[in-house]
Design a protein around this ligand. Structure first.
Ligand SMILES: NC(=O)c1ccc[n+]([C@@H]2O[C@H](COP(=O)([O-])OP(=O)(O)OC[C@H]3O[C@@H](n4cnc5c(N)ncnc54)[C@H](OP(=O)(O)O)[C@@H]3O)[C@@H](O)[C@H]2O)c1
Length: 322
């Protein structure tokens, strides 16, 4: 089979399009013929060598959608549509950047859909992250205000749509004023240009602060996000777009306002139910959710796709079609 293999850590050009053996099926694992997959920021970290415990060469890709080629457990039948998400995929065992991938039964999600594969490819990890962050972690409610820090990211764009559908008011940030219209078109009520601090801008609109913040930039802006919340407001850090994993100084009694709440979301496949994924796919099918797919690449263009993401050219999800 053909695969995009990360031969060692480094710049995007360490990903080589190669001929490799099709994985050999084992019990409790499912061989999937990959049709498409979303590209994820964490795959950039892994490629650079920032994911502990990953050995190279490695076929990366923490998710995929496709059809079952072989399932020795007979849980799924040949040709059935499935997604595989996380559980060490593309890090501790070979992942989705290939024509076939072998995934353990526990990370397989069956679904039925007539959507194009490139649309389906955008869904699993993006939806898992968004639903986990805004429903499970932030527990968003109708009529609340939500600030999305890193609003133009694919996670930010989908979070905005789902929050709007639930009846929230959304404030969304970008560093780039040229992306303002894209955020408004996606449903944001207010766009704030983020140059590191947004608390003044947020408090001009909501003097008492916002109820919830989805923090996707991470430690660089976390303290400022905590300054944006209203009494008993909550910040959920889900992303590290700012590429800084550890904070230099953090004073809980001081940086977290009294009664304020700070949480994180580090989702796994078991945070998502098979039913919820299928329901979301139906919402995309009937048009009630419009996915922002910025660009579709092919399997032999993985290095280019990594470079495109690294240069922050996208306004939405990047997908690779196999
Ligand atoms: N916790 C989880 O389970 C989980 C799962 C999936 C993803 N994530 C995380 O969620 C975040 C979003 O992922 P994604 O795939 O949706 O990202 P993405 O679509 O690649 O995000 C691209 C946007 O990020 C912004 N950005 C990039 N570098 C930045 C920086 N240094 N400072 C501020 N903004 C920056 C840029 O926005 P502007 O140019 O418009 O400012 C860019 O348009 C990532 O950190 C990812 O690792 C977490």
């Amino acid at each position: 089979m053909k695969a995009a293999v990360t031969v060692h850590t480094g710049n995007p050009d360490v990903i080589k399009f190669q001929e490799v053996p099709i994985p050999i099926v084992e019990s409790d694992w499912v061989l999937i013929k990959v049709k498409a997959f979303g590209l994820n920021r964490s795959e950039l970290f892994t490629r650079k060598g920032d994911s502990p415990g990953v050995e190279f060469p490695r076929i990366q890709g923490i998710e995929c959608v496709g059809i079952v080629e072989e399932d020795p457990s007979n849980t799924y039948k040949k040709g059935q549509q499935v997604a595989a998400i996380m559980g060490g995929m593309g890090r501790f065992f070979d992942g989705g950047y290939a024509e076939y991938t072998l995934a353990p039964l526990e990370i397989i999600f069956p679904f039925e859909s007539t959507l194009d594969w490139e649309i389906l490819g955008a869904i699993p990890e993006m939806f898992q992250t968004v639903s986990g962050s805004i429903y499970q972690a932030l527990e968003i409610e109708k009529d609340e205000t939500l600030l999305i820090r890193g609003g133009t990211s694919s996670i930010g764009m989908l979070s905005c749509q789902l929050a709007k559908a639930k009846g929230l008011t959304v404030l969304s940030t970008t560093r780039n004023s040229e992306k303002t219209q894209a955020l408004l078109d996606n449903g944001a009520d207010h766009v704030i240009i983020d140059n590191g601090t947004v608390k003044e801008e947020v408090r001009k609109i909501y003097p008492m602060g916002v109820n919830k913040v989805l923090e996707l930039i991470g430690t660089r802006t976390l303290k400022d996000s905590l300054k944006c919340i209203a009494l008993k407001g909550m910040v959920c850090m889900t992303g590290i777009l700012g590429s800084e994993w550890t904070m230099k100084a953090f004073t809980p009694m001081g940086d977290i306002p009294s009664l304020g709440r700070l949480t994180v979301y580090m989702g796994e496949s078991n945070n998502l139910s098979k039913e919820l994924l299928q329901e979301f796919i139906v919402e995309v099918e009937n048009g009630s959710v419009k996915l922002n797919i910025d660009k579709v690449f092919h399997l032999d263009q993985l290095a280019k796709a990594h470079e495109y993401m690294e240069n922050n050219k996208a306004k939405g999800k990047l997908v690779v079609k196999v």
